[in-house]
Design a protein around this ligand. Structure first.
Ligand SMILES: NC(=O)C1=CN([C@@H]2O[C@H](COP(=O)(O)OP(=O)(O)OC[C@H]3O[C@@H](n4cnc5c(N)ncnc54)[C@H](O)[C@@H]3O)[C@@H](O)[C@H]2O)C=CC1
Ligand SMILES: O=C(O)C(=O)Cc1ccc(O)cc1
Length: 307
């Protein structure tokens, strides 16, 4: 696709810095402007050569940009939108990468000036690491990116953003923010919450000393510890900003867990076997659909990238 004259990245952690690297690699911008709140992170981004211009002022960074990508914890979306609103140029595309959509839209939309195209997005790609050192080119290749534009949003702007993500190798889908939040609650938010919970429980158990947890953690527990090592600020915000969908899925999860608990208590092996056979089939269908590479990649990068 034709490069943007100026792309501004607000937030330069795992996602923002991966975007910076990919935008450079694919020649998608004539100029990359990097902005983040903390001077230390900004300095690190500069050392890594992630942009062409650097500033802690989101308002200065957004001025004159054709594409502005907000990659901050979802709870900070409203503040950022308020800061950049007066600098956004007419016709600019404004997007985000937040893991929750309805709340981000509610926070940002009131600040978006007439004539600026706000197209919310969410790349379903990441790792448990955070910060500018954790990003890498190619993170989004082969992964989905979900766009959740409002009804009546400018089709040309949507297509331009979709084409940007496709250039990074992503598959692009479109859905309503509410549907996105329900789907992501079950496939991403609950798994993280369950991981935080099980690792917390193991850590609390007085009979299991810390050294035993570490010494005997076979692959099952280990997989949970990877997710449970994810950024606390990011996941606090996800929980607070997708509250309803997460609570709905957690209620369903607890019911199903009680069923499992009862089957174990009463020795109902047939019920256990039926469930375990059904879930094995789910895993197999994911692998057949070619999605297993993603799980393997998360693991690989998780082991090799430092925080
Ligand atoms: N980590 C992951 O695997 C994925 C994360 N996301 C979403 O991407 C967004 C960013 O996540 P990461 O890059 O992982 O986080 P990160 O913690 O690596 O980076 C966050 C960045 O935002 C900056 N920041 C925080 N508050 C700010 C504010 N008020 N103004 C300006 N900058 C601010 C930080 O300095 C940092 O540069 C989040 O909304 C998250 O939900 C989406 C897909 C995957
Ligand atoms: O590291 C993992 O396994 C992930 O699940 C990464 C991830 C985290 C948050 C998102 O909104 C999307 C992807």
């Amino acid at each position: 696709m034709k490069p943007f004259e100026r792309v501004t990245l607000i937030g330069i952690g795992l996602i923002g810095s991966s975007l910076a690297r990919d935008i450079r690699a694919h020649g998608l911008a004539k100029e990359i402007v990097v902005s983040t709140r903390s001077p230390e992170t900004l300095r690190r981004a500069e050392e890594l050569g992630l942009g062409d211009r650097y500033t802690t002022s989101a308002a200065d960074a957004a001025r004159g940009a054709d594409l502005v990508i907000v990659s901050v914890p979802v709870g900070a979306s409203g503040t950022v939108a308020e800061q950049i609103a007066p600098s956004l140029k007419q016709g600019a595309i404004l997007t985000d990468v937040g893991s929750t959509k309805a709340s981000v839209i509610a926070q940002m939309t009131p600040h978006v000036p007439e004539g600026v195209h706000f197209i919310p997005g969410h790349p379903i790609a990441g790792t448990e690491h955070s910060g500018p050192d954790a990003g890498f080119a190619g993170l989004f290749a082969g992964r989905w990116c979900i766009l959740t534009p409002a009804e009546g949003a400018d089709e040309q702007a949507i297509e331009s953003l979709a084409s940007f993500w496709r250039t990074l190798g992503s598959k692009v889908d479109r859905m309503t923010p509410e549907h996105h939040d329900k789907v992501l609650a079950i496939v991403s938010h609950l798994p993280h919450i369950i991981a935080y919970n099980i690792v917390g429980t193991a850590d609390d158990l007085e009979t299991v000393t810390e050294s035993e947890v570490i010494q005997y953690s076979a692959s099952g527990f280990r997989d949970f510890t990877r997710l449970a090592a994810s950024d606390p600020t990011m996941w606090r915000d996800v929980c607070l900003h997708n509250r309803d969908a997460i609570l709905e899925m957690l209620a369903r999860f607890s019911e199903d867990l009680a069923y499992l608990q009862r089957a174990i208590r009463w020795g109902e092996g047939d019920k256990l076997f039926e469930l375990f056979a059904r879930t094995r089939a789910v895993r197999r269908s994911i692998i057949e659909a070619g999605q297993d590479v993603e799980a393997a990649d998360f693991g690989r990068h998780g082991l090799s990238k430092k925080n």
